[in-house]
Design a protein around this ligand. Sequence first.
Ligand SMILES: Cc1cc2nc3c(=O)[nH]c(=O)nc-3n(C[C@H](O)[C@H](O)[C@H](O)COP(=O)(O)OP(=O)(O)OC[C@H]3O[C@@H](n4cnc5c(N)ncnc54)[C@H](O)[C@@H]3O)c2cc1C
Length: 387
Amino acid sequence: MSPPRDVAVAVVGGGIVGLCAALELARDGAEVLVLDDAARLGGTTANAGSLHVQMQSRFIRMYPEQVAGLERSLPFYVAAARRWADLERELGTSFELKASGGLMVAETPESYEFLARKCERERQLGLTVEMLGRTELARIAPYLGEAVIGAEFCAEEGKLNPLLANQAVRRALLAAGGALLPEARVERIEQDGGAWRLHGGFDAIRAGRVLLAAGAGTGALLAPLGLHVPTVAEPLHMNVTEAAAPLIHHLVQHAERMITLKQLSAGQVVIGGGWPARLDGPQRHPTVEASSLLGNLRLASHIVPRLARLRLIRSWAGVNTTVDGQCVLGAAPGLPGLFLAVPGDAGYTLGPLVGGLAADALQGRRDLAFDISPFSAARFGRAPVSA
Ligand SMILES: Cc1cc2nc3c(=O)[nH]c(=O)nc-3n(C[C@H](O)[C@H](O)[C@H](O)COP(=O)(O)OP(=O)(O)OC[C@H]3O[C@@H](n4cnc5c(N)ncnc54)[C@H](O)[C@@H]3O)c2cc1C
């Protein structure tokens, strides 16, 4: 058997979090190798490119016990959206990022009132938000249908093209000296003296430090090490239309129903919002459900009636990761040299910020822009060590 390949830092997971962490590490001069099981269609390759900041009123109603955590995370989302804009400037290449603001629309007086209370709370917490009635909406968003009676506008929200952003970050990582091992599924990691050994369908790798940024695959790698992180794979549906003349300038979402939509610079309208897909076959491949396709498009053309005239050009599914709504970030408790980076909800928005903070933690930097201790995996306790 050949001796293991030695690297200073191995990053497991080449989604937006792993790539951004690796980019920061490579820029620091660290020898870094990213291993990714490309077959899994993680959220990074599937996502819609919405930069979310305001709290989802639907989630507040569904999970009132999570509101304190959501409120605590708000500054994190503001910083994350800004971090994307900085990254676009730093990399000197366009991701078609537009900080054009986001509208959360209401169709009933009750829903509008709920948004108004949320808006007031978010303003107290430092967000740039305001309520817009039908008249103001008709002025800035004439594309919205008659059913919409008002909206909360959040100036910090925006959109980008994830296909461009992902490519740009990957190119920057390679240019900074980082390495990528594609189609490398890590089956198992184990302690090896003061280092870590990674096993899978590749020659064993020995890494001084390891960052687990494997999205929904993170929990399964940690369980044999006795650490419980309940990552769950959530397959979700997306649609995109043919290109149209400029119509929708904002990120649009609904106060009560599952819809987000936005128009890319090239004119296509990306429509999603959390409609379910399914995991099919032995590979658990994320697969489109016809009911989601129809339901999502019907709702989209209800909110923006002119969408009904456009043809759908593609639908796809990808795997989102859920934990408890918040990030899992920082040193793995009791496992020296192992670090974790799983973003909270709207994880693409959080990607570059969370990746950067994970790199900081791994490098032992202490003057972090945010206190990441509330995001420690210690909150989940330990898992029983498997035989
Ligand atoms: C359809 C859809 C739309 C979305 N839209 C938005 C949006 O508009 N805005 C937003 O903010 N968020 C959105 N999200 C959420 C967002 O995409 C994710 O939260 C984010 O991309 C997570 O990034 P990540 O790097 O943590 O994980 P991932 O992107 O899931 O990447 C993890 C990577 O790790 C790899 N991996 C897993 N296990 C292993 C293993 N054992 N060995 C090697 N590699 C492994 C996977 O193959 C994957 O490539 C959406 C998600 C989906 C599915």
